[in-house]
Design a protein around this ligand. Structure first.
Ligand SMILES: O=C(O)/C=C(\CC(=O)C(=O)O)C(=O)O
Length: 317
């Protein structure tokens, strides 16, 4: 892969660019596997970064994303709108449209979005909206605005993706449990993996999923959650061991409501940039059987993002 560029934008100080020579995974992904959480950044010269952004990344184009998809052995992608593009979804939509049906999208929209715009997004492949509560990434949006958006997109059969830090779950609980759609949590609600897996913080997250069958979780981002590593670099086959019990617990208890994604191009990592091939090799540690792997990587994302095809193959809800 070519070296990342930045166009006319100046990257945030200390920005780590995505890893250019990923290994071929040792773990062979099941046929039809979906990378259900990844982003495109720009390129800034074509799709400028939003004025309200909290970081400026290196460019990470659809071409580079789809080259990575093919290299790793994924069949499809779910492209999630990144906050550096604000509510300007053009780069994400362009990626979906040019994927030939192999990508779906998750957008960020404001209350001012029109029904025609939502319909156009649906036609392009968008199937959800993301509500972000991570304070370093976004300014506060009033909950009544978000609820209004959720009610509108529910009519299209879309879902809501939520991104928050574990400490904020108690405060957000009432809002999340009032959402009228399927709700997908990014990265298990970012648990502090230095705390015990049976401690109160993760117990609350498991309760959230247990009591609310409409809540799903991405068991992604060990590279973001890990405190002790080892890092997915230099051929490491046992990366991020401290995250494994958390993700495995979620996969084993809720096998029909979990998704996995690379999170390429890994925005805002401060410590290291993982080798995406080795990240794929992390999957069997959290989904140890072929049955769990197929649910996590094929059946669940297909049911959520390509239900028309999932039904054809007998996976309908
Ligand atoms: O890739 C992720 O999910 C995580 C992000 C960035 C992000 O979500 C965004 O910019 O929209 C993060 O924690 O910095």
């Amino acid at each position: 892969m070519s070296k990342p560029t930045t166009g006319d934008f100046t990257k945030t100080a200390g920005w780590l660019d995505w890893y250019t020579g990923p290994a071929k995974p040792t773990f062979q992904l099941p046929a039809g596997a979906v990378d259900a959480h990844c982003h495109v950044f720009g390129p800034g010269a074509e799709f400028p970064y939003a004025p309200e952004r909290k970081y400026t990344p290196c460019d990470a184009s659809k071409h580079e994303l789809y080259a990575l998809r093919d290299h790793l052995g994924f069949a499809r992608n779910v492209v999630v709108q990144a906050t550096c593009h604000g509510a300007d979804n053009r780069a994400m939509i362009d990626a979906c449209v040019s994927s030939g049906g192999k990508a779906r999208g998750v957008a960020t929209v404001r209350r001012s979005v029109t029904d025609d715009e939502l319909q156009a997004m649906h036609a392009a492949g968008v199937r959800g909206v993301r509500f972000n509560f991570v304070k370093r990434l976004v300014d506060f949006t009033p909950k009544d605005e978000l609820l209004e958006i959720a009610e509108r997109i529910a009519k299209l059969g879309w879902h809501v993706v939520i991104y928050f830090e574990a400490v904020d779950l108690p405060e957000l609980w009432d809002f999340f449990t009032a959402l009228p759609t399927t709700v997908v949590v990014d990265h298990m609600g970012r648990p502090d993996v230095t705390q015990p897996i049976d401690g109160p913080e993760f117990a609350l997250f498991l309760k959230f999923m247990r009591e609310h069958p409409n809540v799903w979780s991405k068991v992604s981002c060990p590279e973001r959650l890990s405190a002790t590593g080892p890092k997915a670099l230099d051929g490491e086959q046992a990366a991020y061991r401290d995250v494994v019990p958390f993700a495995r617990r979620v996969v084993e208890e809720f096998p029909d409501r979990v998704l996995w994604g690379t999170d390429w191009p890994h925005p805002n990592l401060k410590d290291h940039m993982p080798d995406d091939g080795l990240l794929v090799d992390f999957i069997p540690a959290i989904a140890p059987t072929p049955e769990l792997q197929k649910k996590l990587l094929v059946d669940n994302p297909m049911r959520l993002y390509w239900p028309e095809e999932a039904q054809v193959h007998g996976q309908g809800a």
